[in-house]
Design a protein. Structure first.
Length: 295
């Protein structure tokens, strides 16, 4: 990896660490999820740039959850909350997540997720295979008597691409792909006491630009110019566009753009058996002694 690129990954990680510290301090029962998310996003924007909307997935929701416009949801004392945040510097991303169970000092799902990721970090090195590394993750999680979420995975990072071409599942797979020195990966471990799978839910409020295509609505045409310029190929939130049109017209424009293949939408992912889900994630630059940019 080029030294200048590495410096940008490290800088993004420094901001992500500060944002994560702020999130842990601010995360409390009784506050609005929207207020919490906007506070963390505002901090990131002052220090660097957002890589994606701050995700807050609660209880049996695992990923792709962020508040909608005027969302009134409030954190409850009984909630298990996942906070997933991302920072980018010139498109080079730091992606990190943590979990909190407000009414428990120690939660088995969170401990299993944290320890499995720690063992991954302790063992990752150039030449290690996905086969070896996913077995480590699954073995640690199963030792706690809980399950991995089998259809979620860690992933490689590329410039302005949050999910690169490499997938590192939470469950053991027989892949001989070898990690290389300089690989940038966001390894995330999801644990559950449910069935071990997630399914798509609704409504989707996170999107990503794919390509230019003809659209009919005036608001869609405005968004066609704005989205690739501001967010390139990184995910963005519907609420970030609330100045473009009324909520109804904005929804219609985004729906048209999804249908025309301009945008990809990210439906919220929910545990199939409605089990609780925990998540832990760090961004890693693979070396003999890996660099954990978000720690």
């Amino acid at each position: 990896m080029d030294e200048k690129v590495l410096e940008k990954y490290i800088r993004a990680g420094e901001v992500a660490k500060k944002a994560k510290e702020l999130a842990k301090k601010e995360l409390k029962p009784g506050i609005k999820v929207l207020d919490f998310v906007e506070k963390i996003e505002d901090f990131i924007k002052k220090e660097a740039s957002l890589a994606f909307p701050v995700n807050v997935s609660i209880n049996d929701f695992a990923a792709h959850c962020t508040p909608d416009i005027n969302d009134e949801t409030v954190f409850k004392e009984s909630d298990l909350v996942k906070v997933d945040l991302g920072v980018q510097v010139d498109g080079y991303i730091a992606d990190t997540a943590f979990s909190v169970k407000f009414d428990e000092n120690s939660n088995v799902l969170i401990k299993a997720s944290e320890e499995a990721l720690e063992e991954f970090i302790n063992n990752i090195a150039p030449g290690k295979t996905i086969d070896e590394m996913t077995k480590i993750v699954e073995d640690v999680v199963q030792s706690y008597g809980v399950k991995t979420v089998k259809n979620l995975a860690g992933h490689s990072l590329e410039q302005y691409v949050q999910h690169g071409g490499l997938s590192i599942p939470n469950t053991h797979i027989n892949s001989k792909h070898q990690f290389k020195e300089g690989d940038a990966i966001a390894m995330e471990v999801f644990t559950t006491n449910g069935e071990g799978f997630v399914i798509e839910s609704s409504p989707a409020v996170i999107y990503m630009f794919i390509r230019q295509n003809p659209v009919r609505l005036k608001e869609s045409k405005i968004l066609m110019e704005r989205i690739p310029q501001q967010y390139k190929t990184l995910p963005f939130a519907k609420r970030w566009l609330k100045d473009v049109a009324s909520p109804v017209k904005l929804h219609m424009a985004l729906r048209e753009m999804v249908e025309r293949g301009v945008l990809h939408e990210y439906p919220p992912l929910r545990e199939k058996g409605r089990g609780l889900v925990a998540q832990t994630e760090e961004t890693i630059i693979v070396k003999d002694k890996p660099i954990i940019t978000t720690r």
